[in-house]
Ligand binder design. Structure first.
Ligand code: C5P
Length: 239
């Protein structure tokens, strides 16, 4: 199945509980040049049919299921996700070297499979919470360690906050940084704590911006995408 790719470095988070709501927003984004993100809630509720419906709207999909299991199981899950035509998929870097390599091998090392991205440290985990699960390290140090491992295993990049962009991009210009926590100037902060504007995040090295509510709750979502795109200093594409 050919992979659709976005024209813009903008991934709109479809954080909905059902296909009806998700597809209403997706239809409003058709032709805007963005990709969309399908997470655990929507995928668990609707299954693979949601990807087929988004494909009909010609929207590339980041399937954000954050696989984390033994290497053989994650390899199979990545193969299945690739078979659904996702443009980008992800795993947890803390699954370790063998799991990351198995994921990479499962979808091929060439440029025909989906982009394979790793989550480093969940932003919900601060230093005390990391210590509680046996990791007595600064979160930033753990992010760097896992990002390096991810790159060494041949994955395409990591998910990181705007604050971690410098550390991640120091590992290589072509190592992708996918960044949530982005808010256009003047929009509601919602429950995001450490935010950056789209322009600041791209200037700091973000390759793709994950943005939800500022776009999905806009009166005309495609116009919100266009306004954010127009604010960006220079657009890097994945061709
Ligand atoms: O609506 P909002 O722009 O805050 O949505 C951001 C999206 O990025 C959500 O789907 C959220 O789960 C995701 N995300 C995040 N922070 C992270 C990782 C993912 O906001 N550290």
């Amino acid at each position: 199945m050919a992979i659709l790719t976005p024209a813009l470095p903008i991934i709109v988070a479809l954080d909905y509980a059902n296909a009806t709501d998700a597809l209403a927003t997706a239809r409003a984004l058709r032709g805007s040049g963005c990709a969309v993100k399908v997470g655990k809630e929507l995928f668990t509720a609707e299954g693979p049919s949601i990807l087929a419906a988004l494909r009909e709207l010609e929207l590339p999909v980041f399937l954000d299921l954050k696989f984390h299991d033994i290497p053989n199981t994650v390899a199979g899950a990545c193969r299945a996700a690739a078979g659904l035509g996702a443009w980008m998929i992800n795993v947890h870097a803390s699954g370790g070297r063998d799991m990351l390599s198995a994921a990479r091998d499962a979808i091929g090392g060439d440029r025909h499979g989906p982009l394979l991205i790793a989550v480093t440290v969940l932003t919900s985990l601060d230093r005390p919470r990391l210590a509680e699960v046996g990791l007595d390290v600064e979160p930033a140090a753990q992010v760097e360690r896992l990002a390096r491992l991810t790159r060494d295993c041949g994955l395409d990049g990591v998910v990181c906050s705007p604050q971690e962009l410098a550390v991640v991009k120091a590992l290589g210009h072509d190592f992708l940084a996918v960044t949530p926590g982005v808010r256009p100037p003047g929009s509601a902060q919602d429950d995001q704590q450490r935010i950056a504007t789209p322009a600041a995040a791209v200037s700091a090295g973000a390759d793709y911006l994950v943005i939800g509510r500022p776009i999905t709750r806009a009166p005309v979502p495609a116009e919100a995408v266009a306004a954010i795109a127009a604010s960006l200093p220079g657009i890097r594409r994945q061709d």
